[in-house]
Design a protein around this ligand. Sequence first.
Ligand SMILES: NC(=O)c1ccc[n+]([C@@H]2O[C@H](COP(=O)([O-])OP(=O)(O)OC[C@H]3O[C@@H](n4cnc5c(N)ncnc54)[C@H](OP(=O)(O)O)[C@@H]3O)[C@@H](O)[C@H]2O)c1
Length: 253
Amino acid sequence: MASNTIIFGGSGKCARHITRMLAAEGHNVHSVIRGHGQRSDMESLESLGAKTIIQSIEESSIEDMASIIKQTKASTVLWCAGAGGGSPERTQAVDNEGAIRSMDATAQAGVKRYIIISAIDVRDRQGKPEPEWYDDGDRQRSERVWNMIGPYMQAKFTADRNLVTENARRGLEYTIVRPGGLTSDAGKGTIAAGKVHLSSTISREDVASVVVECMKNGGTKGLAFDCVGGDTPVRDAVAEVAKEKIDGFAGRY
Ligand SMILES: NC(=O)c1ccc[n+]([C@@H]2O[C@H](COP(=O)([O-])OP(=O)(O)OC[C@H]3O[C@@H](n4cnc5c(N)ncnc54)[C@H](OP(=O)(O)O)[C@@H]3O)[C@@H](O)[C@H]2O)c1
């Protein structure tokens, strides 16, 4: 049966793949995009099968977001937005505060299913133990990334922690998808998920497949899991994470 999905950050690169995949399966996609003269964005998203809604995340209140979620009659809210690691102020406004408002808006609109694309290695590095499967390569990579884009990682961390710790109040059926470094390569249809190392990249098209698979696999509700490039078909990798309840964020926030 056709379902309605709303995507915050609908004009983003992962979001476009998700839109195409959902539309191909007959689902309705509503893309929230910024309103700075994005006629070409609107046309290209509509050609993928989406309906566009112009509303800047930074300028949207919880009520604004809840109102568009309700209008679309969405059963799933996807957060694919991000300030792209630009200024720390925009990163804070979009990746942290905007994401948290979207969580409250989803709850306010009465929608349960909420899936957010976060990032691998988002965690409390000072206060909590490092993942037990990390090796020296992971440690060095983690140090390098946090030194390079600390405000971005911290913004994602604060949003993800809020999603998990405030869920008694919101009651969302959330999934946090935590990909490694993204590429624009064509998807392979295979990944590694769960307890993975940080070095492998993953294509945005494969991340999109992971998100779409999470929508189909209810066992991913309540989980935050890592995914990178690998050799396991997306459906099997996600099924394994769901079955074993592998959560890369638990105990690290
Ligand atoms: N790059 C990596 O290696 C990496 C690794 C792990 C996770 N991630 C995360 O994965 C997610 C998806 O990545 P991606 O490459 O698909 O991202 P992307 O192409 O940069 O898409 C992000 C989208 O967010 C939108 N956005 C930003 N500010 C907005 C605002 N105020 N109002 C409405 N929309 C706004 C952008 O719109 P505009 O085009 O108008 O700016 C853009 O369409 C992001 O959250 C990213 O942080 C990235």
